[in-house]
Design a protein around this ligand. Structure first.
Ligand SMILES: [Zn+2]
Length: 217
């Protein structure tokens, strides 16, 4: 993939194949609302088609992430990509994590933050690897990254629940904001059933959350 640091992407799993296919299929220059609609519709279709698999995949608990990069003007240009958490048996997961650390080297500076999963496991780690090279894909005016906005939304594939970024991903976003001088937003709402931010679970369901609709942004 041209927007990865070495331009190559190894497909290790079914979800890795979907990531590669969508990379070529998602149209540029749609509104954020259209990308979110496309993402939720696609996630619902994928969830329905993988119903039997998802019923038995408690070990992996796959998450799906949408990353939209947008110029903050009405006619601004935009791009989007969809990625997945590293849902795979241990030996394959190790190879996926190794690839992700190589594509997004700043992951090596992200702390573990006492999460029960390794750095590089999250769906955000697959999509955020494309941010640094998007600067070369967009036209010159887009290279003034001070005005560029990236928006992230993660859903649980099993129930389409929005998942707020975990501590590792928040740390990754903080580092990327500084490195790329851009705004990165997480669309998932904070929990409203107890206040504050609670780290999302990789294996257990928690209170269902809802999120708003996003139109014409
Ligand atoms: Zn995470």
């Amino acid at each position: 993939m041209s927007t990865l640091s070495d331009g190559t992407y190894q497909i290790h799993t079914f979800f890795g194949a979907i990531h590669a296919i969508l990379y070529s299929c998602i149209l540029p220059n749609q509104s954020l609302g259209e990308y979110v609609q496309l993402f939720t519709l696609f996630t619902a279709l994928l969830r329905a088609s993988l119903k039997d698999y998802l019923r038995t995949e408690n070990e992996f608990h796959t998450k799906i992430n949408l990353l939209v990069c947008q110029e903050p003007t009405v006619a601004g240009q935009s791009k989007a990509i969809i990625g997945f958490s590293a849902s795979a048996p241990k030996n394959i997961k190790e190879r996926i994590l190794e690839d992700r650390r190589s594509h997004l080297q700043i992951l090596n500076e992200v702390g573990h933050h006492e999460c029960p999963w390794p750095v590089g496991n999250c769906a955000e780690d697959e999509t955020f690897a494309h941010l640094q090279k998007w600067r070369d894909v967009f036209p010159k005016q887009m290279n003034q990254l001070h005005g560029m906005i990236a928006v992230s939304l993660t859903l649980d594939l099993a129930d389409m629940r929005p998942c707020q970024a975990c501590r590792q991903c928040r740390n990754l976003m903080f580092k990327l904001r500084k490195q790329l001088t851009m705004t990165i937003l997480d669309l998932a709402p904070p929990k409203t059933d107890g206040g504050g931010t609670k780290m999302r679970s990789e294996g257990n369901s928690s209170t269902r959350r809802s999120y708003g609709t996003f139109q014409g942004m």
